[in-house]
Write a protein that binds this ligand. Structure first.
Ligand code: SAM
Ligand code: SF4
Length: 441
């Protein structure tokens, strides 16, 4: 329990990696303002939800959570809604959940100190109006949760306006940080012991250096060459902006990880056009062929939406055939969810939910078979893993390969391993979603 005059906060994050990292920056900002982070709603004076509105389910979750905690208002606790639902719903949140004190979208986080002062003074505060400013949220106060793997947002927002997606409305226009700022942050992180750096953006490879000093591929290489940096990852790549020099960079620089996440969404060019994705099936497959002809064994993952308005059975089958053709290592798959403000929201959501469910299940069953096949190629290989933890119940160490696969492994009892260490592990068995192995000494 916290002292009566102590400022404490509880922060829960929903949604993507960008939100996870935004939460690290929000937490850092609150700590710098004299708040202490606590692990439960009960202990906290201020309860914050960093929200996601990418699908209806994600949004409903937040409102249910807020309803559940209505009674805590009587105990003097304050509530804040941050992130995409905050930006999308704006002040209407105060109507749906009157016990909320703060509503703040991601483009306004740099105003948090001022907004916090307002709610401390008993007022309601909103930060909603900065989506189209050229500024990105940079703060020296990021409270990174993992001491070995650190995130850096290099580009915020999105200008692509896919027909189904809320991101351009909730996160505003695309704006890149300068290569100097990115490299300075990466150097600081390497100096304080981070050996893996993940560059983030809704479309990370749409990065355009405002200083015009580097391309995205050159930035990847420059981060990877910083002393102390052992691994560099980047997510998410947009197929339209995916250029061959990214694959050449991975081939040339060992610290660039062997993994590309390249969301396709659908396998039919007609559906891709209706989705406004700005590439065809053939253009997407061309990019895949660049990745697959690299010297390194680069794993490929994707995102798929099934049941987009008007998707016929035949068009859906084209997505299945694309899965076979590419041979993805794994994927995230979703039923189409109509979202407010988006162009597709005006199209009739013509495919019943049960049918979307059937398409999703069949797709996931197919991918499971493909993942089993893909993972088999690692059998017997020795891979370097970063140690992420230890599973007491199974007596196994948890590691992650350069290809972003979980490799659980055993080590002789005498071996002393630390989280964040890099060790060689031989793969002795493969499962659909992970690998098993033994430490090699
Ligand atoms: N910028 C990335 C891209 O263009 O590939 C994707 C970012 S989005 C935050 C993550 C994923 O959510 C998308 O790739 C898509 O598969 C899914 N998604 C977005 N809007 C959706 C919707 N309305 N219904 C279902 N899935 C959706
Ligand atoms: Fe959404 Fe499309 Fe932008 Fe990705 S590229 S964030 S799917 S609008």
């Amino acid at each position: 329990m916290s002292a009566p005059d102590e400022k404490t906060f509880y922060l829960e994050t929903f949604g993507c990696q960008m939100n996870v990292h935004d939460s690290e920056k929000v937490a850092g900002t609150l700590l710098s303002q004299g708040y202490r982070q606590v692990a439960s709603v009960q202990e906290a004076g201020l309860i914050l939800y960093n929200t996601c509105s990418i699908r209806d389910k994600a949004e409903q979750k937040v409102f249910h959570r807020l309803q559940d905690f209505r009674r805590l208002r009587a105990q003097g606790k304050r509530f804040g809604v941050l992130g995409c639902v905050a930006q999308q719903e704006g002040e209407q949140i105060f109507e749906r959940a009157p016990h909320v004190d703060l509503v703040c979208g991601s483009a306004s986080y740099r105003h948090l100190p001022h907004l916090l002062a307002e709610i401390e003074a008993g007022k309601r505060a909103t930060g909603l109006d900065d989506r189209n400013s050229g500024q990105t949220f940079e703060t020296e106060f990021t409270a990174r949760t993992n001491p070995h793997r650190g995130y850096i947002t290099i580009i915020e927002g999105c200008d692509k306006f896919c027909a189904f997606c809320v991101v351009p409305y909730t996160r505003g226009k695309e704006r890149s940080r300068s290569s100097e700022a990115v490299l300075a942050e990466a150097r600081r992180m390497a100096d304080t012991g981070f050996s893996e750096i993940q560059l983030l953006g809704q479309n990370v490879n749409s990065y355009r250096d405002p200083l015009e000093k580097t391309t995205f591929a050159e930035l990847l290489m420059a981060v990877a060459e910083i002393p102390g940096v052992r691994r560099v990852r980047f997510t998410t790549s947009h197929p339209r902006d995916f250029s061959r020099d990214i694959v050449e960079a991975i081939d040339a620089v060992p610290a660039l990880c062997d993994h590309v996440h390249l969301p396709v969404q659908a396998g039919s060019s007609r559906v891709l056009q209706a989705m406004r994705r700005e590439y065809t099936r053939e253009q997407y497959l061309e990019r895949i062929s660049w990745i697959q002809s690299a010297h390194r064994d680069i794993s490929i993952t994707t995102d798929i939406i099934v049941g987009f308005p008007g998707e016929t059975e035949r068009e859906y089958e084209e997505t299945l055939s694309l899965l076979e053709l590419v041979g993805y290592d794994s994927l995230f798959s979703f039923k189409y969810s109509p979202r407010p403000n988006t162009p597709a929201n005006a199209y009739p959501d013509s495919i019943p939910d049960e049918e979307k469910g059937r398409r999703l299940t069949r797709l996931q069953e197919l991918q499971r078979k493909i993942s089993i096949r893909r993972n088999l190629r690692h059998l017997g290989q020795i891979s370097e893993v970063m140690v992420e933890g230890f599973n007491e119940a199974r007596g196994q160490w948890i590691g992650r390969t350069s290809q972003n696969k979980v490799l659980n492994f055993t080590a002789p009892p005498a071996s002393t391993l630390e989280r964040g260490a890099y060790v060689p592990v031989q793969v002795t068995a493969t499962l659909p979603n992970s690998l098993l192995g033994v430490l090699v000494r």
